[in-house]
Design a protein around this ligand. Structure first.
Ligand code: HEC
Length: 731
């Protein structure tokens, strides 16, 4: 942690005196955030006290000073650089003029919400090598605040309580088995004095659970496992009694844990006193390998309702029984009261990865309705009698068959928003297909993803015509903002984006919807019609959700801009349209804001590969190994659309030191794992040969593009000359 207490006094006091708030007063204000305050967080429009603003996670703000009439006058108020270039996914928390957020590697920032000035910063010192256990970038989705403290989960599985005034750690607990590839990227939630936190890792090999810790002491109160443990032992709880019979055969789940991680969404209903958790995919994805006797594999891909005091199971609803597709139900859940068929219903709303929008009774888990919110072909619909999807049986693992949605989902973690004004849910939707195909002779590998599906099978092949190929990849991968009517189960309007993987959503009483885009903009739309009202450049692609707050009567809209996340890492050519900025940032906008971002022009580079000498066989082997061990960070077919280096563009020096970087792991402390014991020297040489080939492919394409451009330019000048000649003759 930085020594910041003196800085705090320097930075905060001058500004604070202006509004007559001193450190003692601030400490008291922070300490006063207790359970009744959190239950009534909706009554404090100036603040953003909980992850989804309120326990119902609607992400709707009653602030309306910024509205559909004046949104065109929005401008940048301030920006703050995080000095990182990896993905930023956090929802900031705002308390009485202080904005708390997190960056890459779980670093926490406290800034003055009026000026963006840093008050303190806390770095939990996550070992960079832990990045190799993170499926989906070294991201963090934010902090929770309670009784004077902030709570953050770290990428390496710790839960840390900080003094919200100074950033000093109060306590820290380890939440995981440190020999397993667990990570924490989700924001903790505070319910009745307990900090609730899950974890990630199901694409590698873990057993999912969620734990509650006493907010005051860090002592564990309860732990709820989402999938059964050792079948030789009697089930440890009623939940496990329900789940155990749905796992069958001596499959990989016995060895690697079955998955079902609770890596992001939760919601809480104080009246029903139910905590809802969204459960993730199976380990591995392929059920035939995971649970060879079939079965629903509870509680994978389910919403589960628990008693927050004890972690006791109440009900579950499984969106994708026997998940075969990485169709998690960890997506954002919203609680709302809706009139459906003449009755006021307490519902829970979710648009999970599987492409169907669900409306469930949140008291009982009973099915109310479901409808596809994007193009879906893995199932024809959801049977209203059983609440189960009607799967198109022939679809799975068929060669050359594109399945919609992909493992990225029809909607991923990017939060939705529900406006009680328009009664619409705004979904950051994805339209990306995937070719599910078996990995012949799959074997568990502790150092990488264990999905038992070939992750690169659906991606366009580099040996096809590259330019055509990129066009196909781009044309197939799409994204849009969908305004969804949950009662009619119908889209009200949609905005098509340049590509997929755009930001989370905020709606406000000003009839506004805010969303950032992968191509580097923050945009405001009219909430009722979808009409675009305003946009501002953010330099980097935005994946995080915006929040809004007010200080001294002035309303702000703030968002983190930092392109990254799993689609940026593995999306390859399909993600190349996205913008990379020079910096990760927190940006805040207000009416009449006059601040400007420093100018930035992305560097232009050319690959400099050594001569290509390897034969076909080596190249093929290198390509296969690359897609087993490297593509999860460096991109499909070695096309990197994130800030992890594009290996087609290695410098001469890097080509030379390739074996040292890759085998012992010379850059281990920078998040580049070593592969000693996994790859032999020959293996590494084959991967290198494949990357050299990809560098040459890229040069050839750049050359072809410039030749084509030159031909076009010549053609235009001939045309122009001909027109001039024609004009001179006729006049
Ligand atoms: C968990 C993510 C991850 C995986 C998996 C991974 N890398 Fe990396 N790699 C990185 C990161 C991050 C960097 C950048 C480190 C830095 O310099 O900051 C990097 C850098 C490199 C570099 C240096 C590039 C340069 O231009 O400086 C090489 C070479 C490399 N990786 C090769 C590989 C190979 C080959 C594989 C597979 C065998 C692989 N990496 C797997 C994350 C990863």
């Amino acid at each position: 942690m930085k020594k910041i207490v003196p800085a705090f006094i320097l930075l905060i006091l001058p500004a604070a005196t202006a509004v007559a708030v001193d450190a003692d007063k601030l400490r008291a204000a922070l300490a006063a955030i207790d359970t009744p305050r959190l239950v009534k967080a909706g009554a404090e429009p100036q603040n953003w006290l909980a992850h989804g603003r309120t326990y119902d996670e609607q992400r709707y703000s009653p602030l309306d000073k910024i509205n559909d009439k004046n949104a065109k006058d929005l401008g940048l108020a301030w920006y703050f650089d995080t000095h990182t270039q990896r993905g930023l996914e956090a929802t900031p928390i705002v308390v009485d003029g202080i904005i708390y957020t997190t960056g890459s590697w779980s670093v926490v920032f406290a800034n003055d919400a009026r000026t963006g000035k840093l008050i303190w910063q806390y770095d939990p010192q996550v070992p960079k090598a832990w990045g190799a256990k993170a499926c989906c970038d070294v991201v963090n989705r934010g902090v929770a605040v309670y009784q004077g403290r902030l709570y953050v989960g770290t990428l390496d599985g710790r839960l840390v309580a900080l003094d919200a005034l100074t950033g000093k750690p109060a306590w820290e607990v380890n939440t995981i088995d440190r020999t397993k590839p667990y990570t924490i990227t989700g924001a903790p939630r505070i319910v009745k004095g307990k900090v609730i936190i899950g974890n990630g890792g199901a694409d590698y090999a873990v057993r999912g659970y969620v734990t509650a810790y006493d907010a005051a002491t860090g002592k564990q109160v309860w732990r709820f496992y989402t999938v059964p443990g050792d079948p030789a032992q009697p089930p440890a709880s009623r939940a496990m009694q329900v789940a155990a019979p749905t796992w069958k055969g001596a499959g990989e789940w016995l060895k690697i844990g079955g998955g079902g991680t609770v890596w992001d969404s939760m919601a809480y209903d104080p009246e029903l006193d139910l905590l809802y958790i969204g459960v993730g995919n199976g380990s591995p994805w392929n059920r035939a390998i995971r649970s060879p006797g079939g079965g629903d594999n509870l509680f994978l891909s389910s919403i589960v309702a628990l008693k927050p005091d004890t972690g006791e199971y109440v009900w579950h609803y499984q969106t994708t029984p026997g998940d075969n597709w990485d169709y998690t139900a960890t997506q954002h859940m919203i609680l709302a009261d809706l009139e459906i068929a003449g009755r006021l219903r307490k519902v829970i709303l979710q648009a999970p990865k599987n492409g169907f929008f669900y409306v469930l009774d949140r008291a009982t888990g009973g099915f109310i309705s479901a409808a596809p919110y994007v193009y879906v072909n893995w199932a024809t619909g959801v049977d209203p009698k059983t609440g189960r999807p009607v799967e198109t049986q022939e679809q799975y693992l068929k060669k050359d068959k594109l399945t919609f949605p992909s493992p990225f989902g029809a909607h991923n973690w990017h939060p939705m928003s529900f406006s009680p004004q328009t009664r619409l849910v705004y979904i950051p939707a994805l339209d990306i297909p995937f070719m599910y195909s078996h990995v012949p002779g799959y074997r568990y590998n502790p150092r990488t993803w264990n999905v038992a599906v070939n992750p690169a099978a659906g991606a366009p092949k580099p040996d096809m015509d590259q330019m055509l190929d990129r066009k196909i990849a781009r044309a197939l991968a799409k994204g849009h903002l969908s305004a969804w009517d949950p009662v009619k189960q119908k889209e009200a309007w949609r905005v098509q984006h340049a590509g997929p993987w755009n930001g989370g959503v905020l709606s406000t009483a000003g009839n506004l919807v805010f969303q950032g885009t992968a191509d580097g903009r923050l945009v405001a739309y009219a909430a009722d019609t979808g009409k675009k009202l305003w946009e501002a450049p953010t330099q980097s692609g935005v994946i995080a959700p915006p929040v809004t707050y007010a200080v001294d009567g002035e309303q702000y809209v703030a968002v983190m801009a930092g392109w990254g996340g799993v689609f940026a890492l593995v999306g390859g050519a399909g993600a190349e349209f996205a913008k990379h900025g020079p910096e990760g940032r927190l940006l805040a906008f207000k009416l009449g804001g006059k601040e400007k971002l420093p100018p930035y022009t992305p560097p232009v580079r050319l690959p400099e590969p050594p001569p290509l000498t390897a034969g076909e066989e080596t190249l093929a082997k290198g390509g296969t190994l690359y897609h087993q061990h490297c593509f999860v960070c460096h991109g499909t077919h070695a096309v990197s659309a994130s800030d992890v280096p594009d290996l087609r563009y290695m410098s001469a020096a890097t080509h030379k030191s390739f074996p040292d970087i890759v085998l012992p792991g010379a850059y281990r402390d920078r998040g580049m794992p070593g592969f000693d014991g996994v790859l032999s020297r020959e293996d590494a040489a084959a991967v290198h040969a494949y990357l050299v080939k990809r560098g040459h492919d890229e040069l050839a394409e750049k050359h072809a593009a410039s030749v084509w451009l030159a031909i076009k330019n010549i053609a235009y000048s001939i045309m122009a000359a001909a027109i001039k000649l024609l004009v001179s003759i006729t006049s």
